[in-house]
Write a protein that binds this ligand. Structure first.
Ligand code: XMP
Ligand code: MG
Length: 184
């Protein structure tokens, strides 16, 4: 699956690998500056955030530690319910830590706002968010994102960690799906 699938399974490339890389450079530079001299724990949300985490953390000069959480906010459908279940919790104690949540996408915002208050209740020094994508037209709650890649239209997207039925996560770019893929 690559650029040659555009027009068959994929409809259109929204963000190229170069677009993503450029934004990651900017985000990493800001994070380095903001956290200078302070401890930093990156918390990735599985599985979608693996690409952002790998690419963003490699661009940081700042020393970090990394931890992962898996949550489930969706039932069987593609709409967030706001009811979040922890599938895998952090290994780290958050007391006194500066936590930066690393996410692939903010859609309704329900998952992240739940996650922020959950992590804040664990006594960290700070909790902030870095997300590669956001769909402003899908927002159901305000989420304060400190480091944002791109705002995108309210369409289902895949690639760069994002899946449709667990497929397409490994695409190095972000694309919309051709309707025949999800309509059967
Ligand atoms: P909410 O709506 O709570 O959901 O902000 C965020 C999570 O939902 C997933 N998500 C998507 N996954 N294409 C995907 O492959 C999309 O367009 C999409 N929109 C939301 C994603 O796991 C995210 O963390
Ligand atoms: Mg996700």
């Amino acid at each position: 699956m690559d650029q040659s699938d555009v027009g068959t399974d994929l409809e259109k490339i929204l963000l190229s690998e170069e677009d993503l890389g450029k934004k990651l450079d900017e985000m990493a530079a800001k994070i380095d500056e903001d956290y200078a001299g302070r401890d930093l724990l990156l918390v990735g949300v599985l599985k979608g955030a693996v690409m952002v985490m790998a690419d963003l953390s490699r661009r940081l000069h700042h020393p970090i530690t990394m931890d992962w959480m898996a949550v489930s906010s969706y039932g069987s459908g593609t709409k967030s319910s706001g009811v979040v279940r922890i599938l895998k919790d952090l290994d780290s104690d958050l007391s006194g830590r500066n936590v930066l949540i690393v996410e692939d996408i903010i859609d309704s915002g329900l998952t992240l706002s739940w996650l922020v208050s959950n992590l804040r209740s664990r006594g960290p020094a700070s909790v902030e968010i870095a997300a590669m994508l956001r769909k402003p037209d899908a927002a159901q709650t305000d989420v304060d994102v400190k480091y944002l890649g791109y705002d995108i239209p309210n369409e289902f997207v895949v690639g760069y960690g994002l899946d449709y039925a667990e497929n397409y996560r490994n695409l190095p770019f972000v694309a919309t799906l051709a309707p025949h893929v999800y309509s059967g």
